[in-house]
Design a protein around this ligand. Structure first.
Ligand code: FMN
Length: 354
């Protein structure tokens, strides 16, 4: 066991030792045989990097913008449910960590704090996005979006790859249910209680009848730009752009939904090509190294999101742990860019891939 974590995988090992088997399996696990979960992390490595030499790298910056918002690095915090089960600092601690690391935190609908609590628990001027699951109880969804708007969130991330929970066998084996004392306000609003609730039960709140027509109406009514998360197929990316999406998040939900779908490293290129610069394309799944981030940028992503790595940092050290993980990733990106011969994020282009 490493005493001082020096790579993101070290935090994963430390977090595993701290968590009960049920919560650990829920956080770490994927669907089915976890082929996609493993493939996500492995596939970034298959995109080999090709440095250019004798480039002035005396000043390298990882700063960029995402949907016009300045960020210190092309890494955002992905929406991850039930963060107080990792550490009492929960989502507000994660929001403070993201703000300190100069980036955007995306709050999940299935959070253990309300959009307002998270906004009030973190610096007022820090940018935050809110992830939307459209629930059958539209009143709950509307109320959450209104609260996010009122508290200054700047974009909505509509997740569309989870009409039901994937078959997560780790949860079945541990008989995972949300521990007593961990409240998920959206689930409580829709059902009245959360203790003992299983993932299958909270996913049963989703509106499984959503179609492209609903998306179009949702975007037309939205006071904030809407990114579509969970896009796999290039045609779906095109359709989203035609219906007004402000951005695409190429994601397979960290391998937690349909197993045996391609790794996101392999889905990204075709989606970037289909979108053809009309909107920004983000990607998540298996990003564990600065070199993975560089591969994603070179394949055309504007930025990446990390789910589990930030969560493991939160588990190990609360807000400070999540911040340390994000800063470690930023330092790795800066080093990888320097060795690639890229002084700015815009320099990390397709010609840096072998
Ligand atoms: C424990 C856990 C909970 C998650 N909860 C949500 C969620 O509530 N909403 C959502 O859109 N995605 C959710 N995701 C997916 C993440 O947003 C993201 O797509 C995924 O974690 C990226 O893969 P990575 O963990 O390998 O970085 C969750 C992922 C994990 C690991």
């Amino acid at each position: 066991m490493p005493a001082d974590p020096c790579g993101l995988d070290d935090d994963e090992r430390l977090a595993q030792a701290l968590l009960e088997p049920g919560p650990h399996g829920y956080f770490a696990g994927g669907a089915g045989d976890e082929r996609t979960l493993r493939a996500n992390a492995e596939a970034w490595g298959a995109h080999e990097l090709l440095p250019r030499v004798l480039v002035d790298v005396s000043e390298v910056t990882t700063a960029t913008t995402v949907l016009g918002t300045p960020v210190g690095m092309p890494v955002l915090v992905a929406p991850v449910a039930i963060q107080k089960m990792a550490h009492p600092d929960g989502e507000a601690g994660m929001a403070r960590a993201a703000a300190a690391a100069g980036t955007i935190m995306t709050l999940s609908t299935i959070a253990t704090a309300t959009p307002g609590e998270v906004a009030l628990g973190a610096p007022a001027d820090a940018p935050r996005w809110f992830q939307v699951y459209v629930l059958s109880d539209r009143g709950v969804t509307h109320a959450l979006v209104e609260e996010a708007v009122e508290h200054g969130y700047t974009a909505l991330v509509l997740t569309v790859d989870a009409p039901r929970a994937g078959r997560r066998e780790r949860d079945l084996r541990t008989r995972f249910g949300v521990p007593p004392g961990i409240d998920m306000p959206a689930v409580t609003a829709a059902t009245g209680a959360t203790a003992g609730v299983t993932p299958a039960e909270f996913f049963s709140l989703m509106d499984t009848s959503l179609t492209w027509e609903h998306l179009e109406a949702f975007i037309a009514d939205s006071p904030l730009p809407v990114l579509l998360k969970g896009v796999h197929h290039p045609d779906d990316a095109r359709k989203a752009v035609q219906r007004g999406a402000a951005g695409i998040v190429v994601s397979n939900h960290g391998g937690r939904q349909l197993d045996n779908v391609p790794a996101t490293a392999n889905l990204l290129g075709p989606v970037v090509e289909a979108v053809d610069g009309a909107v920004e394309v983000l990607v998540d799944g298996g990003i564990r190294r600065g070199t993975d981030v560089c591969a994603a940028l070179a394949l055309g992503a504007r930025a990446v999101l990390v789910g589990r790595p930030a969560l493991w940092g939160l588990t190990v050290g609360g807000e400070a742990g999540a911040r340390r993980v994000l800063e470690l990733l930023q330092a790795e990106i800066e080093l990888a860019m320097t060795l690639l011969g890229c002084a700015s994020v815009a320099d990390v282009t397709a010609d840096r891939l072998a």
